[in-house]
Design a protein around this ligand. Structure first.
Ligand code: MSK
Length: 634
């Protein structure tokens, strides 16, 4: 696509990776590229979801000759149970991240390492939850609200507090369909119970609970993670940063933070700015300390501090392969166990910090809300002291990097848009200016693009190619997770990229001063997108399912992504997937999730679309947006 010629191309990124793999070969390093070859072809039963290992009578595999498992469960029950377990894994993971943030909030003190950075947001949430805020010390309020949030995980009665943010119509749909999420742990636990041998095998019941478990994530645990991270570390505002492997610096101590929970990365960033640590780095012969991020941790610290993003999920090995990574410091989720043996091929220290993600060949230094000050500082010191152990002949940092403007929280989006269109704005602004742009056709609609990389798709190609085509068609793109880093690496978050967009989108970007792809955060931050959609629906006076908006995860790979997909669909947003969710073995489950008259569509007004052809996936999204416009008469 010649229009986009100033952007970094997939070919350039692949060339950089290949150069790094050459270094890897010299030291006998393994790589995901090699392991994919070793693992291919994949098991057909696993891929279609038709293998059952839930009890020890099997494993049972469904074929035309053996259509039922030993217990008599048919293929629809087996595929449905697997899908629900997949969802429960994702919901548990996001929600436990959220729980950990609530514990960090509970540990705040005016003199401690964790403090309240956004008191206004805390007061706003407290009011939403009916807590008296007048004349209350902000730290007392933080403790009170964090306890209430922790109770959301196990309360015996009632539904999630957060669902009151959804439009009334959506809440009614959830109530009528019986999918209002209750206590977060209850939905995960019930999902495991339902899928135990001898419990549910009815497809409709399994899909129903999959939606409910997803909702306890997006409108429960993830929302706790996002909202209280903002209270603790500040609500993101637009900030400039850089992305791609070239953000590593050969003259500096490079510390890479990777994972998800900002409670760790915030502390690493804090101590990397400590004059004592900078002086120590200089004593060791470095020019200073350079923190870079990988995966969603990168999103968290980029959005709040402008820390550069070295890469996304499938580039985590690349940072070590530069030979210039003094330490890769990880917390939870999406961390390759391969980093242990790989680090051993270089001088890199692979430091695990959470009892939830313990890995061979790593140094384990637990960082929690009680010891963060001491242990995070010790980690930074350890990385600095490792600088002298670099092997100069192995250092190779491909000079590939782009400018990116990140930090578009919901609050920031409203402020930016309202600031341009209205001279008098209330504190949080409204979505009306955006709605007006969509109604007038200046913008045709929006796509929320999220999710991972997956070797089943040429890495980042789907994200980047889809985004370019959508932008050319005046469709604004909001992103999170590794999709966000794909955009940033290519240059699509540079406000200058607006020049390549359709005329309407170009005009909006120039007027407001935004890039055409808006970075909304990490994977828990897809909860921000749910509130964004809710506020658009309320300000427009229509239902979420009527908005010219779709979700898309073209390269997804994790259980979390399935949980996300479920809550996005359950919120009324059609969701387009570029990788199959292991359901094709069952026509009934496929229909319930994907059918235009399936269970999801009938009860929740949205459904999944799975299409492994990226061009066709894109055309279908654009067509769906245009269909919604026509239905609205705009
Ligand atoms: S890190 S879940 S690979 S988006 Fe959130 Fe990226 Fe997917 Fe992990």
């Amino acid at each position: 696509m010649s229009n986009w010629e100033h952007l970094i191309t997939i070919e350039q990124m692949e060339e950089a990776t290949n150069a790094l793999l050459e270094t890897g070969k010299k030291v006998g390093a393994d790589s995901w590229q090699q392991r994919v070859k070793n693992q291919t072809p994949h098991c057909g039963f696993g891929e279609s979801g038709t293998c059952c290992r839930i009890c020890s009578m099997g494993p049972c595999r469904v074929t035309p000759k053996s259509p039922r498992g030993i217990c008599g469960c048919d293929v629809h029950g087996i595929v449905g149970r697997n899908y629900l377990r997949f969802t429960a894994g994702g919901a548990a993971t996001h929600s436990d991240h959220g729980r950990s943030i609530c514990h960090t909030l509970h540990a705040v003190s005016p003199t401690g390492v964790y403090q309240v950075k956004d008191p206004e947001k805390l007061i706003r949430i407290a009011k939403e939850w009916g807590v008296e805020t007048e004349n209350k010390d902000i730290y007392d309020l933080a403790h009170e609200v964090s306890e209430m949030a922790l109770m959301e995980y196990g309360k015996p009665f009632g539904v999630s507090r957060w669902i009151a943010r959804a439009p009334e119509h959506t809440q009614k749909l959830w109530h009528d369909a019986g999918v209002e999420p209750r206590a977060i742990d209850r939905e995960v636990s019930q999902s495991m119970h339902m899928t135990h041998m001898g419990c549910s095998s009815l497809p409709e019941a399994l899909v129903h609970q999959s939606m409910r478990a997803g909702l306890c994530d997006g409108w429960g645990g993830s929302m706790c993670g996002t909202e209280f991270s903002d209270v603790l570390f500040g609500t993101p505002k637009p900030i400039d940063t850089e992305a791609n492997i070239g953000v590593m610096d050969k003259d500096m101590v490079n510390i890479v933070v990777h994972g998800h929970d900002p409670s760790l990365s915030e502390m690493i960033v804090f101590f990397a700015n400590d004059p004592e640590m900078i002086a120590l780095a200089k004593e060791q012969g470095a020019k200073g300390i350079n923190i870079c991020g990988v995966c969603c941790t990168a999103n968290e610290v980029a959005m709040r501090h402008g820390i550069p993003m070295a890469g996304n999920f499938l580039q985590q090995e690349n940072v070590v392969l530069t030979g210039a990574c003094e330490a890769i410091v990880v917390d939870v989720q999406c961390i390759f166990p391969a980093l242990g043996p790989l680090s051993k091929c270089f001088h890199t220290k692979f430091i695990t910090t959470s009892p939830i993600a313990r890995m061979p060949d790593s140094e384990f230094i637990e960082v929690n809300e009680l010891n963060a000050g001491e242990n995070a500082k010790a980690i930074v010191k350890m990385a600095i002291e490792n600088f002298k152990n670099r092997k100069p002949d192995l250092v190779n940092i491909p000079q590939l990097k782009t400018k990116a403007r990140v930090g578009y929280s919901l609050e920031a989006i409203k402020k930016e848009l309202d600031g341009v269109c209205n001279s008098h704005v209330d504190t949080y602004g409204t979505m009306k200016p955006l709605v007006d742009c969509v109604k007038s056709g200046v913008l045709r609609g929006a796509v929320a693009m999220v999710g991972c990389n997956n070797p089943k798709v040429r890495p980042d190609t789907a994200h980047i190619e889809l985004m370019k085509k959508l932008l050319e068609n005046d469709i604004i793109v909001v992103v999170s997770g590794c999709s966000a880093q794909a955009a940033a690496k290519a240059g699509l978050m540079d406000p200058d990229a607006a020049k390549y967009c359709g005329e309407g989108l170009k005009r909006v970007c120039r007027l407001v001063g935004i890039p055409p792809v808006l970075h909304m955060g990490s994977c828990v931050d897809i909860s921000r997108m749910m509130v964004l959609a809710s506020d658009i629906a309320k300000d427009w006076g229509i239902n979420i399912s009527q908005i010219p908006l779709v979700g898309c995860a073209p390269e997804w790979m994790s259980e979390k992504a399935v949980s996300i997909g479920n809550y996005v669909v359950a919120t009324g947003i059609d969701t387009y997937l570029g990788v199959d969710p292991y359901t094709k073995g069952s026509t009934e489950i496929t229909k319930a999730l994907q059918g235009e008259d399936g269970w999801c569509a009938k009860n929740l007004e949205a459904h999944f679309v799975v299409d492994l052809d990226i061009n066709s996936l894109c055309d279908r999204m654009i067509a769906a947006i245009e269909t919604k416009r026509t239905a609205l008469g705009i």
